[in-house]
Design a protein around this ligand. Structure first.
Ligand code: 5GP
Ligand code: MN
Length: 345
């Protein structure tokens, strides 16, 4: 038996919003990952089994290794389908906001959702310090994935029997990807009770693993090799590693969205490395990813140094000052964190 962590009053309010309405738009964050797509599609499948009309909208493209997910082909990518998505948002009765805590994580979709769409918003998320624009906020930073929160919500609603295989697969994908295949943030016994229930529903967890992690393009593997061989710098005195890739390098490997996902995790398997940083040059900015092991708070680091945020062991941020200056800023910041990094090892 798992514990009931979502306030029952929120569960009842969400239940009432579902019962009393027909049209639902489900949105998630820019650069959608397995948990963003997984939790949004899980909600979509659940609503569909209740004969509701759900539509998933994300700001930009999701990686190709998520294309197998049931109903992924129906997702509206705002960048390519703004008109249709705006129409859906305008006539929505309720908008679910999945796996994101701040309006800016919706990027080009933020105004249309927060300012223009009149529907009440329900946020289901696990990032700390949620914005307050949603009418109902289910925020649990202690939970490893939004996929898990979707399961908990449906379970607390007494709707276990309405979770079909498609919904269960999407929940599992969120849970698996946000814990690196259950290798971090995954010490809670409840996670495995939930996995056990999802297997009973009929998911093939080994098959999901293969579809997500053994489904990369040749370019992606070669880019990974190049990045670790040529572009990884270690800072042993700070237990830190950096990988950075410029736009030119990405183009050489025919980079498509998602190809660099997970690169930031690789240096963590080097003995002694507890803080890993990845920088990817985009047309107008540098995207940064941070990962840590143990108690080093890479969300605080992201917030203080690069105006970002996220979780204790996984966070992100942005920089607008070019790759060289960004690397310099990062290197100059390390001495300030030397003590904290040492304590965390
Ligand atoms: P990733 O490195 O995979 O892009 O992001 C890691 C984690 O940090 C994710 O959970 C993501 O939601 C969060 N994150 C990434 N960038 C930002 C950011 O700029 N602000 C905040 N608040 N969280 C972020
Ligand atoms: Mn997540």
């Amino acid at each position: 038996m798992i514990s009931r962590i979502i306030e029952q009053s929120s569960v009842a309010q969400i239940q009432a919003h579902i019962d009393e309405n027909e049209r639902f738009v489900i949105v998630s964050h820019v650069g959608p990952d397995g948990d963003a797509i997984g939790s949004a599609l899980a909600m979509r499948h659940f609503l569909k089994t209740l004969n509701k009309q759900p539509v998933v909208v994300v700001p930009n493209a999701y990686p190709s290794f998520l294309k197998w997910m049931p109903a992924a082909d129906e997702i509206l990518v705002y960048e390519n389908n703004k008109e249709l998505a705006d129409k859906q948002l305008a006539k929505a009765d309720v908008i679910f906001i999945m796996d994101l805590n701040e309006r800016r994580r919706m990027n080009i979709l933020a105004n249309a959702v927060v300012d223009d769409a009149p529907a009440p918003k329900i946020m289901i998320d696990h990032h700390p310090q949620p914005d307050t624009f949603a009418k109902i906020i289910v925020s649990h930073p202690e939970i490893a994935s939004t996929g898990e929160l979707v399961f908990r919500l449906l379970w607390q609603m007494g709707k276990l029997s309405d979770i079909n295989i498609a919904c269960a697969e999407c929940i599992y994908t969120g849970m698996m990807t946000d814990t690196g295949g259950f290798s971090y943030n995954s010490n809670s016994a409840d996670i495995y009770h939930i996995v056990s229930m999802l297997i009973s529903i009929g998911i093939d967890k080994d098959d999901i693993y293969r579809k997500v992690y053994n489904n990369y393009s040749e370019n992606r593997i070669r880019l990974t090799g190049y990045a670790t061989y040529r572009k990884m710098k270690l800072y042993p005195e700070y237990h830190t590693a950096l990988i950075w890739l410029t736009r030119r390098e990405l183009e050489q490997f025919n980079y498509v969205s998602g190809d660099a996902e997970g690169l930031v995790n690789l240096p963590m398997s080097i003995e002694g490395v507890i803080f890993s940083v990845f920088m990817r040059e985009e047309s107008d900015k540098i995207r940064l990813s941070f990962r840590s092991q143990g108690s080093f708070p890479c969300n605080q680091y992201a917030q203080k140094v690069f105006r970002g945020g996220g979780h204790l062991n996984a966070s992100g941020g942005e920089s607008y000052s070019g790759i060289k200056k960004t690397i310099l800023k990062f290197e100059n910041s390390l001495p300030k964190y030397a003590e904290l990094l040492k304590q965390s090892i």
